[in-house]
Design a binder for this molecule. Sequence first.
Ligand SMILES: C[S@@+](CC[C@H](N)C(=O)[O-])C[C@H]1O[C@@H](n2cnc3c(N)ncnc32)[C@H](O)[C@@H]1O
Length: 238
Amino acid sequence: MIDIKQLQTIIDNLITQSMRDFANSPDLDKNRLRQLRQKDVLDSFSPNQFLSKMNLINHIKSLNILNKDSEIVVFGSWYGSILIPAFYNEVKKITCIDMDSDVIYRAKYELFKDFDVDFITDDIFNTYRDQYKDTTLFINTSCEHMRPMKEWGPEGPKSKFFDNKFGVPKTYKTSWWKKVSPAYFAFQSNAMFDIPTHINCVNNIDEFKKQLPDNAEVLIEDTIPDKRGNRFTLIGKI
Ligand SMILES: C[S@@+](CC[C@H](N)C(=O)[O-])C[C@H]1O[C@@H](n2cnc3c(N)ncnc32)[C@H](O)[C@@H]1O
């Protein structure tokens, strides 16, 4: 099985700067969509991605919280490019959830077709899933793309469905974090406010902490300098 450092070496040697420049070139042609998708996959293996993901991976490993019975759920997983190889041999099960069906398709049927990973297309705020019951570690490195993690749970009163022929859906009074406790979390966000899809950036680690679920205990916090805006890591228990 492949080692994560080895994967980084292979990717760095395989994907040349001219390939990255081609994927990034602004030429509009009929392959533009394919080109954008290709750029997105390359981005997920970029040196900056390795830098921030290795920070998270090394901190998680330093806590010794995972073993062969552990289960990991990755929210906003994107392609799972670096996290899947990093943890695949260390745990029993990995579930990746992303709302972009193209991303999940590419990961499930191409990049990780030989891996036994659960890939799900959904907005993580939509559905409470069976997988969460036995989850050891929730990873979310896409916190800047979505509502704060403390709001993870049902949207509130479901009276709009009152006339639904299936009846009134159950409304949970407590956030889903209470239901999954005890578990660990490992979250990343950043201060890259200029990127249009970043709807929830934070300026610093204290702002990021305010987005944690109420019952969260922080075990590790770290800041990764980046000239486009710092990245922040928070790991802890719920
Ligand atoms: C650009 S990617 C990853 C960025 C992140 N900084 C990283 O390095 O891992 C962000 C992903 O989050 C996903 N996403 C955003 N909001 C989501 C949600 N509510 N539920 C599931 N996936 C979501 C997007 O579809 C996208 O694939």
